[in-house]
Design a protein. Structure first.
Length: 877
């Protein structure tokens, strides 16, 4: 409750005083004076009443609006055609029974927000410095419709909206994977656009701070829905944007007040709520609430009564005003106060209905964008009030409008009439596209505006500079044995990254990224060596300034230490991993993270990175359910390879030795940055230290394909496959087996996922052409031997199970199914049954099943090995 006014006359004097300052000296002076007055209050210890929100009205007053220079009517005609073609595209896609879907209402509410951008603000790609625009996914028909008028898409293309299997059609939503020369940013999963856009702007500043791209006024525009802002990802990183004063970032939130099921905030005001949230994080907030038809009415509101109603009305009612029309609005809005009702007495019900919302008024939107692109020192969010389903007759602001894919003939006709589309009643049922001739004033105008802004968008660059391979010695160093030293694969990868950072060919492109975990991975030496990027430099002497590895933050720091945000760090990685396309600057980002907090935490972002054709390295450090031993259930990853295998262009590896790491990284750099293949890499590394042998000659190919032999035998009776740290257990198992005269052959499996992929490919080739007798790589490796195979990894059995179809013999898989827990590595491996003894047990059992070991002998061996038949099952629930 606000405090009671005990002296209204005195209050009025203060208000009059500030009014006269506003009138005579302007707003800036008035707010300066009030800020000084508030400071006095602060000094006395009073809590100032500091409102984060302003009244529910346009942030830019009419007199301060920048004037839109273009031809309003011409632009309206063009926009109407875009609206029509977008509508028709969806209606045609849903005319038959294919159930293709599509959205009408989202774009219809956002058309003006995009159009003003296309006509005046969005920079094209002619100079390679195009603005980066994260289009709201459900608006895609509208973006295609514009490209159609531009002549880039034709009617067949539009007819192939959502038909991509038999024809190279138009993808449902922005998907670079499916339209690689068009869409840049995959966004339709709600919340990804906002977080990816923020980190894109952050990376843009990072790259310019390092002198890799010019610092210019290139912008990142993020268009999103008001419902979408509920996703934690949408608002989760706005603090970073405020803190880093990312003036290159503009959010446009289309506040049509509805989401899929109904109102976003029926009982409140989403615009006000977002204003508070963004302002609190240091953003410029520009509200575009009312259109220009409201201006003369608002001007009459000298007493503030209309404003009081505007402030009080909830979004659920605002929705009604568009759904139920002018008479309803007069009764339920203006009539709340007799003096306000009086203000609209000369307006018909139809006039009241037509009182437009800010987001549908090109003048208001222009003024907002103009202010946003010229704002300095902070990111900007534009909160634009619109109507969902704008122009769709009875479906406008209807609670079900989101999913409308078909319109009644009546509604189609009213749409045509509202937007003056030149289609007669006799033609309308055919739902024709409309494109004026090439030399028409409309098409000429459209092309001229885009030319002036640097060309058409969206467009995506598909190829870019080819990098030179780094010095081979960086990798070859690790081909040697580690000698007496015990090291971990995490140490190996960090050593390679450190050397790559100094490489003459690619050093400046390498970016280590961590989410507050550098010390965990032994990367702290990099703090001082390359510096941690900080947009503000370092304004303090670090606590450890006298140490060798001090915490160095600097404006041109190379390392991205993103703090505890895996989603943020991954988004930064994505921006760098796609820099080859968005900046024509291939970057080599290495994102190191706790493998448990990788895919499992941010899988939607990794899926989007695949769609965006990211190229870079993800390093799941501290991996393995028993290898990272003391951390317990929420840390110990035994399934990230299963998750990574779901992404078609992600190549994943679980290497055991540092030379394997070296071979994989070298091959990855070649594939992604020289051959320009659209892969990204996921490599798990471990914190367990052990001795690393010298690389066996000629094993590179096998390491890359997924497995190679590390121990042969003249008369092997069993074949042991080990992956990652568990390879050592297989080696120890072979010693145990030797005691029983069982010789084994040992293979290091660097990737069950890749072996599986190869298997699927070859199997399919053979099936399609039955006379083919091609062998899978696994079959090639295990050609004519008749010996059983045992596989063990630090991942769930499903990981090793993947190659079962290609093993034509008994095959037993061991893995770490079940929840992790903390204990010593030794105990954990025994518990999960991936230790030397369990591998030996599986080997002996499979030989017994093949009648190669007698009943008597197996009993003796089991006794010898203390095998306990009542041992609890580790995945028991
Ligand atoms: C992560 C995620 N969850 C759910 C959906 C399904 N979905 C698609 S659009 C939509 C409503 C969007 O509302 P809003 O953000 O307000 O956009 P509008 O269409 O109103 O502009 C939902 C729930 C999705 N695309 N992504
Ligand atoms: Mg909405």
């Amino acid at each position: 409750m606000p405090p009671k006014d005990i002296d209204p006359v005195e209050t009025l004097e203060w208000i009059d005083a500030i009014n006269s300052v506003i009138d005579e000296e302007g707003l800036e002076r008035a707010s300066y004076l009030l800020t000084r007055v508030a400071e006095r209050l602060n000094q006395e210890g009073a809590v100032p009443s500091y409102n984060l929100t302003t009244p529910f009205k346009n942030s830019i007053s009419v007199k301060d609006e920048a004037k839109m220079p273009g031809d309003l009517l011409m632009e309206r005609r063009i926009r109407s055609l875009i609206r029509w073609n977008a509508l028709v595209m969806v209606l045609r896609a849903n005319k038959n029974d294919d159930e293709l879907g599509g959205h009408i209402s989202t774009f219809s509410s956002a058309a003006t927000l995009y159009d003003v951008g296309f006509n005046y603000f969005f920079r094209g790609s002619d100079n390679h410095l195009e603005d980066m625009i994260y289009f709201q996914g459900h608006c895609s028909p509208g973006i295609y419709a514009r490209s159609y008028l531009e002549g880039y898409l034709n009617e067949d293309d539009l007819d192939n909206f959502r038909r991509e299997v038999t024809k190279p059609g138009l993808s449902s939503y922005p998907h670079p994977w499916l339209m690689p020369d068009y869409w840049q940013f995959p966004v339709v999963s709600m919340g990804l656009g906002p977080i990816l856009g923020i980190y894109q702007a952050h990376v843009m500043r990072y790259l310019s701070a390092r002198g890799l791209v010019p610092r210019n006024d290139r912008k990142v525009w993020v268009f999103c829905g008001d419902g979408e802002m509920d996703e934690p990802e949408s608002k989760g990183a706005i603090g970073l944007a405020g803190r880093e004063q990312l003036e290159n970032l503009i959010f446009v939130v289309n506040c049509n007040l509805q989401r899929l099921d109904g109102p976003v905030r029926g009982n409140g005001k989403i615009i006000q709520e977002l204003e508070g949230a963004f302002r609190g994080e240091g953003w410029n907030v520009i509200k575009v609430v009312w259109g220009r038809f409201w201006d003369p009415i608002i001007e009459k509101d000298t007493e503030g009564k209309l404003q009081e109603i505007m402030d009080a009305v909830v979004d659920g009612e605002l929705q009604n005003f568009k759904a139920k029309g002018g008479a309803y609005t007069r009764k339920n809005f203006f009539a709340r106060d007799p003096s306000v009702l009086e203000m609209v007495k000369d307006l018909s019900d139809e006039d009241i209905y037509r009182l437009n919302r800010g987001g549908h008024d090109p003048y208001k939107v222009y003024a907002a964008y103009h202010k946003a692109v010229n704002s300095k020192g902070a990111p900007t969010v534009i909160l634009a009030l619109t109507t969902k389903g704008y122009g769709t007759g009875s479906r406008e602001a209807d609670n079900t409008t989101h999913q409308v894919k078909k319109l009644s003939l009546e509604n189609i006709k009213s749409f045509r009439d509202k937007f003056d589309i030149p289609i007669s009643d006799s033609e309308i049922e055919k739902l024709p596209y409309v494109r004026p001739s090439e030399d028409s004033p409309e098409i000429q105008y459209l092309k001229k505006t885009r030319k002036a802004l640097g060309g058409f968008i969206p467009r995506r660059r598909m190829s870019s500079e080819i990098l030179k391979m780094p010095n081979k010695k960086i990798f070859e160093k690790l081909y040697q044995s580690s000698g007496d030293r015990k090291i971990s694969t995490t140490m190996a990868v960090v050593r390679i990254i450190t050397d790559l950072l100094k490489d003459n060919n690619i050093g400046e492109r390498v970016v280590p990224i961590v989410p507050d975990e550098a010390r965990t991975f032994g990367m702290e030496a990099l703090f001082r060596q390359v510096g941690i990027y900080s947009s503000q430099g370092q304004k303090y002497e670090p606590e450890d300034a006298d140490k060798v590895m001090w915490y160095k933050e600097s404006k041109d720091g190379v390392m991205l230490e993103e703090g505890i945000t895996e989603a943020g760090a991954f988004s930064a990685w994505t921006a760098l991993a796609t820099a080859y396309s968005n900046y024509d600057l291939p970057m080599i980002p290495f994102y190191l993270f706790y493998s448990m907090f990788g895919f499992q935490r941010v899988h939607d972002l990794s899926w989007a990175a695949g769609d965006a054709q990211a190229r870079g390295f993800l390093i799941g450090a501290t991996s393995g359910r028993t290898t990272l031993n003391g951390e317990g259930l929420q840390h110990q990853d035994g399934h990230s390879h299963i998750l990574s295998s779901t992404i078609p262009n992600c190549l994943s590896y679980d290497p055991a030795y540092s030379y394997e790491v070296a071979v994989i990284l070298q091959d990855g750099i070649k594939k992604m940055y020289i051959d320009q293949k659209n892969y990204f890499y996921y490599i798990t590394t471990m914190n367990e230290t052990y001795h690393h042998p010298e690389m066996p000659k000629g094993s590179e190919e096998g390491i890359i394909k997924g497995m190679y032999k590390i121990q042969s035998s003249d008369k092997p009776k069993i074949r042991l496959l080990g992956s990652g740290a568990i390879l050592n257990e297989a080696l120890k198992a072979s010693d145990i087996l030797n005691k029983y005269d069982i010789e084994s052959e040992i293979w290091s499996v660097t990737s069950f996922n890749l072996l599986r992929k190869n298997g699927m490919e070859i199997e399919r080739i053979n099936q399609l052409d039955p006379l083919n007798t091609k062998l899978t790589y696994v079959e090639e490796c295990f050609a004519d031997d008749d010996i059983p195979v045992i596989a063990a990894s630090d991942y769930m059995r499903a990981y090793a199970e993947q190659i079962r179809p290609y093993i034509h013999n008994d095959y037993i898989t061991l893995g770490t199914d079940g929840y992790g827990r903390s204990d010593s590595r030794k105990n954990l491996r025994e518990f999960f049954e991936v230790n030397d003894l369990s591998i030996s047990r599986a080997a002996i059992y499979s030989l017994f099943k093949k009648n190669l070991i007698s009943e008597e002998k197996i009993k003796k061996i089991y006794k010898d090995l203390n095998i306990d038949p009542s041992k609890p099952n580790p995945w028991e629930v």
